[in-house]
Design a protein around this ligand. Structure first.
Ligand SMILES: [Zn+2]
Length: 60
């Protein structure tokens, strides 16, 4: 735990189904769903990063 210096969280939305969730942004630019293997049920999610460095407390 506490090993997230190089990773950033962001809110992201799937352009296909509209699912909104939290993703992890890696230094190499890749995006990974946070806490789940798949962001949504789409075969190939078209993730759009909405906001970086958001406050998790404000997210439901
Ligand atoms: Zn989707």
């Amino acid at each position: 735990m506490g090993n997230s210096e190089d990773k950033r969280r962001a809110a992201a939305k799937c352009d296909r189904c509209g699912e909104i969730g939290i993703v992890q942004l890696w230094p190499d630019g890749s995006v990974q769903p946070l806490g789940q293997p798949d962001f949504c049920d789409c075969e190939s999610s078209e993730l759009q990063v909405l906001e970086t460095d958001f406050d998790p407390d404000e997210y439901p």
